[in-house]
Design a protein around this ligand. Structure first.
Ligand SMILES: *Cc1c(COP(=O)(O)O)cnc(C)c1O
Length: 453
């Protein structure tokens, strides 16, 4: 190396800063969801058991926390569940993966039989994540319209405030503002959107909304579909609860209207039950709040009890028949890890466990516990709304959440949460005890009061 005078400078032994802790090794190396590479330090997980996470912060502080997030709606039976552990180990002892092209296996067939029996739909396509199952659902809807001789019907009607995943076609049906469409104008197809359906409130076990608002929304739905039916393949919605797009609970009558209007105009109805499926809202599937049977359904998240990544797209016999009888015949998709046997085996065991776990009773108990535990937040100045549906509790602030501060304050109360935008929310594992749920309610109220007042 030369300095300005041209003379050689001996190379200094430049030791890079020692990266010793897990968090230090992570920082700048790994991307985390929706976060910059040099974003806030994550917490390190040392163990997870039942409803508890063992964590440490960047400064080395250790926390034993009740998990209020079910690892993003998925770990409904808790961590290290003995039944799921055993199912996984048993399948690993047979075979872990084989291609699904030209081959089949017991875990896939069994899980498909279970899903068909639970949903009332007829056919199953396994995908490796929720987003991919949405891609497949959208593709199937277009292929269906092609099979009906309507090639011009290739757009989708979606809801503002919706969330359906992060791949491009899925993003296209996410809320156009919060769904980051502006960042990818050349990559995202322009779809049609209806306003968020009017909010509904749970009172005495039913969801009620303002009748005038519901009627106005249904008018808008009818007018939009009437004007655009020649170009629309399907309506896609999250049934009754919009999750990542704002934790918004809406009137089941709007979902029922979407079913009716889709039928009247030859559109398919796709319900995205990836977050809401398997009991989370108090019904096995949230579509049941409106007694709606969709043409196409996507499930994911809790499907494997949070053990492995797996999603499924299901459809009716009619939709499948049209595609099978069309010139293309096949559904044009086929992931490498389609119907992964480990994931299918653990999903099968998770559904068996759900069936025998008395989930209705557990979810009802969590609903009561969250309603009571989060109620004190209503009195806080920073809080705009508190709402509960099934095993989902939401505290909506008037302004954005200070995420690192609220997360840290909740951890000091022994609760793991991950707020976003102006929302602090929880969807505890179904195996949470009354004490766990009370701790979550108290932790959230204390954290909000401490940070936001
Ligand atoms: C999480 C989610 C998805 C995307 O699933 P991934 O497995 O993250 O790809 C799609 N739709 C809804 C409603 C979701 O909550």
């Amino acid at each position: 190396m030369l300095d300005g005078t041209g003379s050689a400078i001996p190379l200094m032994a430049e030791t890079p800063p020692a990266r010793t802790t897990l968090i230090e090794r992570d920082q700048g190396l790994l991307w985390h969801p929706y976060a910059p590479l040099d974003g806030d330090a994550p917490y390190a997980v040392h163990g997870a058991q039942g409803t508890r996470l063992s964590l440490s912060a960047a400064d080395g502080t250790r926390f034993e926390a009740v998990d209020a997030m079910s690892s993003w709606w998925s770990a409904i039976h808790g961590y290290r569940n003995p039944t799921l552990d055993a199912a996984l180990a048993e399948q690993a002892g047979r075979f872990s993966h084989v291609m699904f092209g030209g081959l089949t296996h017991e875990p896939a067939v069994r899980l498909a039989e279970q899903l068909v029996s639970l949903t009332g739909l007829d056919h199953v396509f396994f995908a490796d994540s929720g987003s991919v199952s949405v891609e497949v659902a959208l593709k199937l809807a277009v292929q269906y319209q092609l099979g009906c001789g309507r090639p011009g019907r290739n757009r989708f009607l979606a809801l503002r405030g919706g969330y359906h995943g992060d791949t491009f076609a899925a993003m296209g049906v996410c809320d156009p503002v919060d769904g980051m469409h502006a960042a990818f104008p050349a990559n995202i197809a322009k779809q049609l959107f209806l306003p968020r359906p009017p909010a509904a409130r749970l009172t005495a076990g039913t969801l009620t909304a303002c009748p005038d608002e519901v009627a106005a929304w249904i008018d808008a739905l009818e007018a939009t579909v009437h004007a655009h039916s020649a170009e629309l393949a399907a309506i896609i919605v999250e049934p009754v609860l919009q999750g990542a797009g704002g934790m918004h609970v809406y009137a089941p009558a709007c979902l029922a209207a979407a079913r009716r209007v889709a039928d009247e105009h030859g559109l398919l109805l796709i319900v995205d039950e990836i977050a809401t499926g398997f009991g989370r809202t108090g019904k096995l599937f949230a579509s049941q709040w409106a007694q709606v049977v969709p043409d196409i359904m996507c499930v994911g998240k809790a499907l494997t009890g949070g053990y492995l990544t797996l999603a499924a797209m299901l459809c009716s016999g009619h939709v499948a028949k049209v595609v099978t009888n069309s010139p293309l015949r096949a559904l044009l998709h086929g992931p490498t890890f389609m119907a992964n046997p480990l994931a299918c085996a653990v999903a099968s065991a998770s559904l068996d466990l759900l069936a025998t776990s008395g989930w209705q009773h557990r979810v009802a108990g969590i609903e009561q516990g969250l309603a009571a535990g989060l109620a004190p937040a209503r009195a806080l100045n920073s809080v705009r709304d508190v709402r509960v549906l099934g095993a989902v509790g939401v505290v909506e602030l008037a302004g954005p959440v200070d995420v690192p501060a609220v997360t840290a304050a909740a951890l000091e109360c022994g609760v793991w949460i991950r707020p976003f935008r102006n929302l602090i929310y929880t969807m505890p594992p179904f195996v949470s005890s009354a004490g766990d749920v009370a701790a979550i309610g108290a932790g959230i109220c204390t954290a909000v009061a401490r940070v936001h007042g």
